[in-house]
Design a binder for this molecule. Structure first.
Ligand code: HEM
Length: 492
């Protein structure tokens, strides 16, 4: 009897699925009819229901790079039911990020945006009032040179703690896990800026909110592992089934963030900290003070949204960038030696390198750039959505198309870069010395470009360069015994 019922449900399920496939096929067919006068970009034709989702694999930027080698710099494909365009050349990237930025600077609505940040944050905000208000606050009140300058001492102390901790640990054992330490360090830097608390490290509290905050770094790593897009984003009719389990995990993450941030905000409102002089204010103080002047623009949900954005967008990206630099330097000992002799020359051995030395550390900066070129931490930038019909690379792009700029493909393109797969920092001191990540050079896009460019690229770069400088000045790096440079895995 039980088995019979199960069978019946299974049959119901497969009938429903067949119905869904037919319905989606019908909708796609009607859309295709509507688009038939358009000159759409070439691309794979895809399967019913899933379109070309199966072609993305575990590393979509790599799969899309291969597709662009076959179809050209503008490809169109259906990911589930979402029509998507991917561009992979500096010229087409410029058309998206600059010439037609007003059309392509919006974001698609996503499950992450809905369940983690209550559709109230900056990163996932569509173009409009919310994005403008929050972005302006970030640019003028949070990441200005003046504000970042106020926290310089904190950053230096956090970096010193990292080095002390590495030295202590390496005295007792031969292998130190740098990736975890760097995430902790970047997270501490951010929580200092946001809440005046260094929530990760040796001298943090272990009770109540401090304890929750310590664990948030693990949650952030989980968010990054889950990735920004779930299956339900591509096949909305299957969203309720949550076939990849991502929505459930994202909801749990969102609840933990909300709980922590509600407590922190409530506690802060109960103290006088926000009323202190501007020079003592952290980001939470600034956001609460903006709220007192503009309740709607800085609602509690929006404040939480921005704080979650900054915690997630800032820590893993900066930490992973440093991990890639170390990996490249381990594979290229001659570059490692050059970085260290430059530090000897510019800083000497009587004091530690600090942020004001960075402009003089030209080789170190070239090493960071070359690493970002080969290993962008956000290889497809963040998904965009067009808000009006447009033309890119001679192809028609309908309104509401999801758009990815494949920065990974562009930064490894042999028609743009000499020896694109080789690690050659010297190129940024010679032939490519004029190229930087400011967003004006469309062959080099580690931070994106245009109005949606990274909101804190100055801070991100500073954290990466300063941390690499301090690590290379104070530590000697060796590969474990028996391992050679060629053995270092560069698998993503
Ligand atoms: C090396 C470190 C970093 C890298 C490589 C990086 C890279 C990026 C990239 C590629 C984007 C997407 C740009 C686009 O769509 O065109 C982005 C957006 C963003 N980043 Fe960063 N980022 C870094 C550090 C940070 C830090 C430290 C923060 C803040 C604490 C931050 C906050 C943001 C925000 C808020 C956005 C969304 C901007 C918007 O939609 O208007 N990032 N970042």
């Amino acid at each position: 009897m039980v088995a019979g019922s199960t069978h019946k449900y299974a049959q119901c399920g497969s009938n429903a699925l067949a119905g869904i496939i037919m319905l989606v096929g019908l909708i796609q067919g009607l859309e295709a009819l509507g688009n038939r006068k358009l000159k759409l970009p070439p691309g794979p034709s895809g399967l019913p229901l899933i379109g070309s989702l199966h072609l993305l694999g575990k590393l979509p930027h790599q799969s899309l790079t291969k597709l662009s080698q076959k179809y050209g710099p503008v490809i169109g494909l259906r990911l589930g039911s979402v029509y998507t365009v991917v561009v992979s050349s500096p010229e087409t990237a410029k058309q998206i990020l600059r010439t037609q930025d007003h059309i392509f600077a919006s974001r698609p609505s996503t499950i992450t945006a809905e369940v983690v940040v209550d559709d109230s944050d900056l990163i996932w905000a569509p173009l409009g009032e919310r994005w403008e208000t929050l972005r302006k606050a970030c640019t003028t009140q949070l990441f200005s040179l003046k504000v970042l300058g106020r926290f310089k001492k904190n950053r230096e102390e956090t970096a010193l703690r990292l080095v002390r901790n590495i030295i202590q640990e390496s005295a007792g054992q031969t292998v130190v896990r740098m990736d975890r330490k760097l995430v902790d360090q970047m997270y501490s830097n951010l929580t200092q800026l946001l809440f005046s608390e260094c929530y990760r490290g040796t001298n943090t509290g272990t009770h109540g909110v401090d304890n929750e905050a310590r664990h948030l770094v693990d949650i952030i790593q989980e968010v990054m592992q889950i990735g920004p897009l779930a299956l339900g984003d591509f096949i909305p009719v299957l969203r309720k089934l949550d076939l990849d389990g991502k929505e459930t995990r994202l909801r749990a993450v969102g609840n933990k963030f909300r709980k922590f941030l509600r407590t922190v905000t409530r506690d802060r409102r109960g103290t006088l900290q926000g009323a202190g002089p501007e020079s003592n204010q952290d980001f939470l103080d600034v956001l609460l003070s903006l709220q007192s002047h503009n309740q709607q623009g800085f609602s509690d949900a929006r404040i939480r949204g921005v704080l979650i954005d900054l915690m997630t967008a800032g820590s893993e990206t900066s930490a992973n960038s440093v991990v890639w630099v170390i990996a490249e330097l381990m594979r290229h000992p001659e570059s490692l030696r050059k970085v260290q002799s430059e530090l000897d020359m510019v800083v000497g051995s009587d004091r530690l390198v600090n942020e004001s030395d960075i402009p003089q550390l030209k080789y170190l900066r070239a090493v960071v750039k070359e690493t970002q070129r080969l290993h962008p931490v956000s290889p497809l930038l963040i998904a965009r959505q067009s808000i009006a019909p447009a033309t890119v690379g001679g192809y028609d792009i309908p309104s509401k198309t999801q758009v990815f700029v494949n920065a990974y493909a562009i930064m490894r393109d042999p028609s743009v870069w000499d020896d694109p797969l080789d690690f050659l920092p010297e190129r940024f001191l010679t032939t490519c010395s004029h190229i930087d990540g400011s967003g004006h050079h469309y062959q080099f896009l580690p931070f994106g470009s245009g109005r949606r460019k990274c909101a804190a690229s100055n801070l991100g770069l500073l954290l990466v360069e300063a941390t690499v400088g301090l690590l290379m000045q104070t530590c000697d790096f060796f590969l474990p015994e028996g391992m050679s440079c060629e053995d270092v895995s560069m698998e993503e």
